[in-house]
Design a protein around this ligand. Structure first.
Ligand code: SF4
Ligand SMILES: [Zn+2]
Length: 464
């Protein structure tokens, strides 16, 4: 049986049967000091993301705890998974069938956690915490899709995957720190040898966080990087150990390459689970109704990809769902403020309200307000939009250019162009119901300033 060997200088070599990256390509994300700090931590945890890579680390720890400085009876070690609430069912089933028995056999504590609600103040829900885990849960009280559907947005990237930070990292870190009693927690990550950058980023984040805390909160370790094991190498190891290839773990709604599978694999998986694909198609449709540019992929839609892939089950379920579910007419207002000139930041510091310091070619902040005006059947929402168009003296614009299924809007305020800031837009749009009324803090003030003296109408029955 193949084994991952981490003894000796802790930068041990991988078994010859698995593919590895040459050691010279490794940046300094793992050092003798970082390994020593991990081993010295009184409590150690594996962030188990349900995928191939962290499964590889887990199997190695279970076989050779001493290699990691972990007690033979695993009394100083536990495994933790944060449930995003939207996984492919074959991932859940494979973990339950092939991984949980191994945890039970060795009496290893396994904790499944999730966000308890949309706000950090809602806390973390412990869905399961046991050394005898029998069930792999698919969700907790509040999920990533709950949030995306309530906001009518797709996952966002802003220098980082915000969804991953919020639904994976945050619940785990919070609980681990709460249980650590101020002591350093040793944390194993399943980043493989192709993921040096992720590890480097995690280290940077940790350094910043330790500085803020004035102590080392987590000691991070990346065994697969130490071994130079790339994805293929881990796949060989896990398949050898379990007798099956573990399916990749990610949310069906994931738009990010490098996290989500390569597209052909992903589209094949969506063919296997058309209902999940239909749910994501619905989300993308709502998201694009509220913002034409907000497709799942940059410059491309899931709708087009699934259509090209001839996934007719998913498309049929998506189309039937549109006809059967409630629709709403939403009012969307967006104020795009102009950004500050660079010299303003130098001269006036973090805050400055002088209008002359703004440049309309620089993007500032976008203040969005979404409000449900009317909810009913699809036909009722369509009729309401038609009536609103007549009352406002504006046309119903039917657009199929951005989304193939077509989106109907009535615009009452149009931006001159997408690159001029200090401008506002205002429109009514019909889309499936469920998006919660929400306005960014400060919206009302900014909107009032930006639209002062430029009145437009409101739809009948809407309070203005
Ligand atoms: S798999 Fe993708 S969508 Fe899901 S949390 Fe991670 S980055 Fe976000
Ligand atoms: Zn200024």
């Amino acid at each position: 049986m193949t084994a991952l060997n981490l003894t000796g200088d802790h930068l041990g070599s991988a078994p010859s049967s698995v593919s590895t990256k040459p050691a010279k390509s490794m940046p300094e994300v793992v050092t003798a000091d970082s390994v020593a700090a991990f081993r010295a931590a009184p409590k150690k945890v594996l962030s188990f993301g349900l995928g191939l890579d962290s499964t590889g680390v887990l199997l190695s720890v279970l076989d050779n705890p001493a290699d990691y400085g972990i007690a033979k009876d695993f009394s100083d070690f536990f495994v933790m998974t944060a449930l995003t609430g939207f996984e492919f069912p074959d991932t859940i089933a494979a973990v339950q069938k092939h991984v949980l028995p191994r945890l039970r056999e060795k009496n290893v504590r396994y904790v499944q956690v999730a966000r308890a609600g949309p706000r950090d103040g809602d806390g973390v829900a412990v869905v399961s915490d046991t050394t005898n885990p029998g069930k792999m849960f698919s969700r907790g009280p509040w999920t990533l899709m709950d949030e995306l559907e309530a906001n009518g947005t797709v996952p966002q990237f802003a220098g980082d995957h915000l969804c991953s930070l919020k639904y994976k990292a945050w619940p785990q870190d919070r609980l681990q720190l709460a249980q650590a009693g101020g002591e350093t927690v040793g944390k194993l990550f399943g980043y493989n040898a192709d993921e040096h950058r992720r590890a480097a980023k995690a280290n940077k984040h940790q350094t910043r966080r330790d500085k803020e805390a004035g102590t080392q909160t987590f000691a991070l370790d990346y065994p697969l990087i130490r071994l130079g094991l790339d994805r293929e190498g881990v796949k060989g190891f896990v398949t050898d150990k379990l007798g099956v290839a573990m399916p990749k773990s990610y949310c069906p709604v994931c738009p990010f390459s490098g996290v989500c599978s390569p597209q052909p694999d992903h589209l094949e998986r969506l063919r296997k689970f058309p209902s999940l694909a239909a749910r994501v198609l619905r989300l993308e449709y709502v998201s694009m109704a509220l913002n034409s540019n907000s497709s799942l992929y940059k410059d491309d839609t899931l709708f087009r990809r699934v259509t090209d892939d001839q996934n007719n089950d998913a498309l049929g379920e998506f189309a039937a769902g549109l006809d059967e579910q409630d629709w709403s007419v939403y009012r969307l207002q967006r104020a795009y403020t102009a950004g500050r000139r660079p010299e303003c930041r130098t001269a006036h510091g973090d805050r400055c309200a002088k209008p002359e310091c703004r440049d309309s070619s620089i993007k500032g902040t976008v203040y969005r307000s979404v409000k449900t005006v009317r909810t009913g059947s699809r036909a009722e929402a369509g009729a309401f939009l038609d009536n609103a168009a007549v009352a406002l003296g504006r046309p119903v614009e039917h657009s199929a250019s951005a989304h193939g299924a077509g989106i109907d809007r009535v615009r009452t305020r149009v931006r001159p162009d997408a690159k001029t800031y200090g401008t506002a837009e205002d429109f009514y749009v019909a889309a499936p119901a469920g998006v919660q009324d929400k306005a960014r803090a400060g919206f009302a003030t900014v909107w009032a300033q930006m639209t002062a003296g430029k009145k437009t109408g409101t739809a009948p029955c809407e309070e203005s």
